[in-house]
Design a protein around this ligand. Structure first.
Ligand code: DQA
Length: 149
């Protein structure tokens, strides 16, 4: 069975984008970390990034279908700036009944006030904030612990 790791807008720039805030690891590094962490727990990783809200919505719907088929456990999701704007992603997670662990590399609560509200948190199973890219690994571990133990 697998875990989907989903990344929203601008996360393809990880490593070069505001490294003082997001660190020096690239998204390819994050993918490797996720695959290693999941393998230890007996899962495969289905890794995606998109800058397009509609593509992310389609992937959440696909995750919902795969969860029902029993081939996917849930989604570790960094929605990027759509966190703070997207009622559509909120509705997709709720509507497709997808277990989501929301991940933010930076501590959004210690940053600008427009990053303090999340449309995703109220439909998330858990939230990991401010732990750097290690947050993805913690999200994977948290998803498995919450859903399998
Ligand atoms: C982010 C935080 C968001 O506020 C920002 O728009 C991002 C990245 C994070 O991982 O810290 O793109 O989700």
């Amino acid at each position: 069975s697998s875990i989907m790791v989903l990344n929203g807008p601008n996360l393809n720039l990880l490593g070069t984008r505001e490294p003082e805030t997001y660190g020096h690891e690239t998204l390819a590094d994050v993918e490797t970390m996720c695959r290693d962490a999941a393998k230890t727990l007996g899962y495969d990783i289905d890794f995606h990034q998109s800058n397009h809200e509609g593509v992310l919505i389609d992937l959440i719907h696909e995750a919902g279908r795969r969860i029902k088929e029993g081939v996917l456990l849930g989604v570790v999701f960094n929605p990027g700036a759509y966190t703070h704007t997207s009622i559509a992603l909120h509705d997709a997670i709720k509507g497709a009944d997808v277990s989501v662990i929301e991940v933010h590399i930076s501590n959004v609560h210690a940053r600008e006030s427009f990053r303090h509200h999340s449309y995703i948190s109220s439909v998330a199973t858990g939230v990991v904030v401010g732990m750097g890219v290690q947050g993805y690994v913690l999200g994977i571990q948290g998803l498995v612990h919450k859903l399998k133990n």
